[in-house]
Structure formats: structure tokens, C-alpha cells
Design a protein around this ligand. Structure first.
Ligand code: RRO
Length: 331
């Protein structure tokens, strides 16, 4: 449609320019280019791969996913091939699909994060020009399903800052910015966002899943193999809006990637208006693998219908009084 072509879809997340505001969310589009058979990945802002650790990791016992009305709960448990295995097995097909890539990392300790970031820097160096499409590293500080830890890294401002500091140092020379993926399960999100920014995160990704538990009343036991898990999907969209809005209010110069319950253009618009520069589509992809591409297309249609010529103009609208500011109160 001619009107759609008139919309500039490019956005900036810190130093990274993306061709579109919509990307995939970590853990919901596989390890590589699995979605390429359903949509053109190069039309998205980026593909964020499932979080990788320095070593291969088996994940949690099944069942790992359970559907909920308007969302789901998961305890996948960070299953993955490890950074080196990922570069061997999955990276080549992402290169072939010509999409931009964000590599997500996790660890069980400060040192494991450092090792994972060093392994990524090494993989990028080895890949040379083939790795040009890798635009950022998203450090996942907020997985709710890590066995044997006392808590979620992203609930501790100092620890989060230390992990980001170590990751940035390990990535130095690899010329890729570090983003920090934070948790909604804390009332200190604004402070933690400031801490990771101070430690060198160029952007924050808000938010990971919400801690939850679903019992089967027939058995009195958890439906997931690992017990509790992380709740995602439309059911958490207001949580994501609040997180993005609050962090954008407190840190207006900190780029935000919004994620949480985006399954249509309307939810993408809301997270952009709340202050995000880009959004990620996650749980919707489990129901429809075309969801990221559909949201990307429909967001452009929405913008054109509203006379918006640049998707980047949507960022922070809610902080500027909304689209149609109310007239000042009388008297
Ligand atoms: O793998 C998981 O269980 C998982 C991860 Br890494 C995450 O960041 N968030 C989530 O809900 N599940």
C-alpha cells in the first residue's frame, strides 16, 4: 500500500540502527533461523536468539510450557547448545537469512557471564564479516527458572551492575553494545535500570516473565515439571507497559526495548508510547510463528492510518501528553 511505504520504519536503540521497530523476543523464536520458513526474518528489526551460556545446558524436566488464558507459563530452564556450539550449529543459518541478530547470554555467576561474553567476542572475531549482522548482546539478568540460585540477578542492583560491567569489558574489542534484560518481579526496577546503565549497558530490555505457579487441582501438583515458572503473553502486557513507562520517566535518555504481551500492533504501539524505542514479540509466536512479521506489518499500517510518518515518533508519546492532549482544565 502506498500509505504504508510512506512510513519510515527505522528506529535507533542507542548506537544500533534497526530497519524496523519489531524484533523477536529471546527464547521464543528458537536458537537460530527456525522462523525463516514462516516469514522473512530480514524484514524484522532483529532476531533475538535464546539465551546462551558458556557451556551447553540441558534445561528443566518436562512439561516445560503450559498454556493460560491470554498467555502461558514456562520453565524451559535455559536449555541451549552453549555459545561455541551455537556458533557452529545455528549461526550459519542466521547469516544465510540475512537478518540482524541479537545474542542473548546467561550465567549462574558473575564469572560465567564473563566467560559467556568472552566466548561471544571470540565467536564474532572468528566469524569476521559474516558476523556483521550481529548488532548487540542482550545480557539476560532476569531468568526466573534457574535452579540452585538464591534469587534473580536483576533483583540486586549491585550484582546486576557487576555482571554488566564484566560483560562490557569482555566484549570490548567486539564493538557490540550490551543491553540488559531486566525483571518485572521487583519494585526496584527503576534503580536497577540506572545501575546497569551506569555499568555500561547501552539499553535495557523490559521485561522478562512474571513469577508464577499453576497447580493442577486434580493432582494438587504443579503442571510444570520444575514447579513454578515465568508467566508471559497478553496477560502481562500491563506489567510491561508500567515497567517501560516508569523507567522511561526516570531515565529519559536510556533506550528501552519493550517486551511483554505484544501480539498485535496495538500492544506494540502502547509499549512505544510508554517509552520504548523498539519492541519484541515473544509468546504470540508460539500460537502463530508469523506473529512477529504480522505485528511488524500491522504496526506500519497503524502508523499510516494515524498520519505517523516515522515509527520512531511513537516513542514516548505518553510522556508528552498523548496523541491528542486534553485541553487545560477550566477555572
Ligand atoms: O529458559 C527459560 O526457562 C526462561 C528464560 Br532463559 C527467561 O529468560 N525467561 C523465561 O521465562 N524462561
Amino acid at each position: 500500500m502506498a500509505a504504508d511505504r510512506a512510513v519510515d520504519t527505522r528506529v535507533r536503540v542507542g548506537s544500533v540502527e534497526l530497519a524496523h521497530a519489531v524484533m523477536t523476543a529471546a527464547g521464543t523464536s528458537g536458537h537460530g533461523a527456525e522462523l525463516a520458513r514462516y516469514c522473512d526474518l530480514s524484514g524484522l528489526g532483529a532476531v533475538v536468539v535464546k539465551s546462551l551460556s558458556v557451556m551447553p545446558w540441558p534445561g528443566n524436566p518436562a512439561p516445560r510450557l503450559h498454556p493460560l488464558p491470554d498467555g502461558m507459563i514456562n520453565s524451559v530452564g535455559l536449555q541451549g547448545p552453549g555459545v561455541a556450539g551455537w556458533f557452529d550449529e545455528f549461526f550459519p543459518e542466521l547469516v544465510t537469512s540475512r537478518c540482524r541478530v541479537v545474542i542473548s547470554l546467561w550465567g549462574r555467576s558473575l564469572d560465567e557471564y564473563r566467560q559467556a561474553a568472552l566466548a561471544v567476542a571470540d565467536g564474532l572475531r572468528r566469524a569476521g564479516r559474516a558476523a556483521d549482522g550481529v548488532v548487540a548482546v542482550e545480557v539476560n539478568l532476569s531468568c526466573p527458572n534457574l535452579e540452585g540460585r538464591r534469587g534473580i540477578f536483576a533483583h540486586d542492583a549491585e550484582l546486576s551492575a557487576a555482571v554488566i560491567d564484566a560483560s562490557v569489558a569482555a566484549m570490548s574489542g567486539a564493538t557490540r553494545p550490551v543491553w540488559a534484560k531486566l525483571s518485572p518481579n521487583t519494585d526496584r526496577l527503576v534503580e536497577i535500570a540506572g545501575a546497569v546503565r551506569g555499568a555500561g549497558a547501552e539499553a535495557v530490555t523490559l521485561v522478562n516473565t512474571v513469577l508464577g505457579l499453576v497447580l493442577d487441582p486434580e493432582t494438587g501438583r504443579a503442571v510444570l515439571g520444575n514447579g513454578g515458572g515465568g508467566v508471559s503473553g497478553r496477560i502481562i502486557h500491563p506489567v510491561a507497559q508500567r515497567a517501560v513507562f516508569d523507567v522511561a520517566s526516570a531515565h529519559p535518555d536510556l533506550p528501552i526495548v519493550g517486551v511483554g504481551g505484544v501480539s498485535s500492533a496495538a500492544e506494540a504501539v502502547a509499549l512505544l508510547q510508554a517509552g520504548a524505542s523498539a519492541v519484541q514479540v515473544g509468546t504470540a509466536t508460539f500460537a502463530d510463528p508469523r506473529a512477529p512479521a504480522t505485528v511488524a506489518r500491522d504496526l506500519v499500517t497503524w502508523a499510516a492510518a494515524h498520519g505517523i510518518t516515522r515509527l520512531s515518533d511513537l516513542t514516548g508519546v505518553a510522556h508528552r501528553g498523548g496523541i491528542h492532549p486534553l485541553p487545560p482544565a477550566q477555572g
